[in-house]
Design a protein around this ligand. Structure first.
Ligand code: CA
Length: 239
């Protein structure tokens, strides 16, 4: 669960570059969070195990124990397995991000980032509460979703844009419904394939990019709601 109402969210920041760590810690504190900044992986894990936080901001490249290993530890321990993790990476490490998401990071942000951007991600993550332990099935979302000009009725298999019905194929519909019911969360192509395979009843064209292109075309004015995260996958806009 995320922090209960009225309780200050506790955030552990694991980052070995002192300047970045201080900047992140300072800005999160200014937002009223209870923040602990730690410079290496082993101490970071010890701190997280001692008192499981509400969220971890985790640098990927750390001396000794890197972000992926820390993420694996967090997920492996029952006390911390549901703690949300935002992975921080350098641009050049983007291919590792796919691995990071596979290892259980919930979101990632690449350097250089503005404090404002990080705070927005942190708040969005805390609003969503703790992660589920697995990728939710496509049936886990609500029957009806309404975001901006887009409304989806899963029961009726119907999508409307500005109240105008639009036809989507079964795969497109599953993908769109899955993304729209998990706003703000980044999914790799493999995760998206997993989300639409379901019980295996449909024969799936595994080329997610083709489906997304077609979905965007049909979304028209709402096309920007499906964001491409370069080198990683896709995300549905959070607001
Ligand atoms: Ca680093």
């Amino acid at each position: 669960m995320g922090p209960s109402p009225g309780k200050t969210a506790r955030i552990v920041v694991i980052e070995d570059e002192p300047d970045i760590r201080e900047l992140v810690v300072y800005n999160l504190m200014r937002e009223g969070f209870d923040v602990v900044g730690i410079g290496n992986g082993h101490q970071g894990i010890a701190e997280i195990q001692r008192t499981p936080p509400d969220l971890v901001v985790l640098d990927l490249m750390l001396p000794g124990l890197d972000g992926l290993e820390i993420c694996r530890h967090i997920r492996a321990e029952s006390r911390t397995s549901r703690v949300p993790v935002i992975m921080v990476t350098a641009k050049s490490e983007e291919s590792d991000v796919v691995l990071g998401l596979g290892m259980g990071a919930d979101d990632y942000i690449s350097k250089p980032f503005s404090p404002r951007e990080l705070i927005a991600r942190v708040k969005a993550m805390l609003r969503r509460g703790s992660r589920s332990n697995s990728i939710p099935s496509e049936n886990s979302g609500p029957e009806q979703v309404s975001i901006g000009p887009l409304s989806i009725d899963a029961g009726r298999h119907e999508v409307r844009i500005n109240d105008q019905p639009e036809r989507f194929t079964a795969t497109e519909f599953r993908l769109l419904h899955f993304l729209a019911t998990h706003p703000g969360r980044v999914f790799t192509r493999d995760q998206l394939i997993g989300s639409v395979i379901g019980d295996g009843a449909i024969v799936l064209d595994r080329n997610i990019d083709v489906h997304i292109r077609s979905i965007r075309k049909k979304l028209g004015c709402a096309r920007d709601m499906v964001e491409t995260i370069r080198g990683v996958g896709y995300r549905f806009l959070d607001e």
